[in-house]
Ligand binder design. Sequence first.
Ligand code: PLP
Length: 442
Amino acid sequence: MTKLTSQEIIDLSKEYTFFSWSVQGQVNPIPVGKAEGIYFWDTDGKRYLDFSSQLMNTNIGHQHPKVVKAIQEQAAQICFVHPGNTTEVRALLGKKLAEVTPGNLKKTFFALGGAEANENAIKIARFYTGRNKILARYRSYHGATHGSIALTGDYRRLAVEPTMPGGVHFLDPFCYRCPFGQKIESCKRECIAHLEEVIKYEGPDKIAAIIMEGVVGSNGLIVPPDDYWPRVREICDKHGILLISDEVMSGWGRTGKWFAVDNWGVTPDIITTAKGITSGYAPLGAVIVTDKIAQFFDDKYLYAGLTYNGHALSCAAALATIEVYEDDKLIENAATLGNYLGECLEDIKLRHVSVGDVRYIGLFTAIELVTNRRTKDVFAPSVMAEVGKELRRNGLFTFIMANNMGSIIFIVPPLCITKEQLDEGLAIIENTLEITDGQSQR
Ligand SMILES: Cc1ncc(COP(=O)(O)O)c(C=O)c1O
């Protein structure tokens, strides 16, 4: 194989391939050569601390030998079978998913990523209920395909409308920027009353499902109040509406539990997931439904299909990944270190005037920056770009939100991280906050 220089890799990639969610002339990809655990290296040997688990999916860390071996062994045995046939890894993974998901969630439809999982959840919910509408929140992302983007609440939907009909949005339980003007001390859960009102106007008997991210990820890391999920569950039960938890980002130990809904003891009717299911080692999405929904299709045609449904390499990767979560006690580590990280973030907030809010659950955390703590104004995208550049220069890679909805640094490291490694990354972030502190009003 030809050996390209770093610059050649960048130039050819930019000339011949598109990059997601960006003005193509402005992308600045790192040519990645190797990775291990919580670090990756560019092709010139510069090391980066991966504080976003690449795109919030490499939960077990990079290049775990057990998962690499499982993929190699599966590839040597058989890479692919007809989606109407099956394999040992598909059988075992289906059973394992029923075990790790809450309550009576039992049967899985396999897809290749989060958007496809949500596409198929929409179909299943509509077939099962005979209803059309799907309610979703504004501060949400559910994927880039036309159905999933119709449920997405953020700016990415606006650019591609008109999308799938039937998506209806409601406001979020976002306590730092409460859309109902409430303060946490005096709040009467106006967000719940609002949802009930939306349901009333949209017609409860027209609504197939409510879909919510277990914990909102890319729209600002929003952790709901403790009674929020249980109360939405009650509302759904009252009206025969299915509850879908999109655990694409918040699942797989990220919040210190297998799935975010486990934090509140809620069993949704459907969980959609992807990302951490294989930790990104191979593409896989999953729609896991209750035994009751599964039975509905025993004598009815399921109008859903993909050539790569149950792909053997992906199923092998997922089985091995789940074993790693268990054997390496990564979910326990996320819970324990999450508590420590939460304390560190609270301290950072005390020390830096530009920090408006810190939000955390397990190792799913974020620092929201504001130009003024009273008005909570966001920073210009150019300032956040400077922050991102400085972090990278100092060897830290992470996801940054920089738009009119927020200026946010995400801290979402692999769950195998140690306390020392967390400290190392937090120190880099604190130094970088000088940029925003200097432009924030005291
Ligand atoms: C909550 C959520 N749902 C769905 C998706 C879409 O997943 P994918 O990019 O694998 O299609 C994402 C991706 O970031 C996500 O965060």
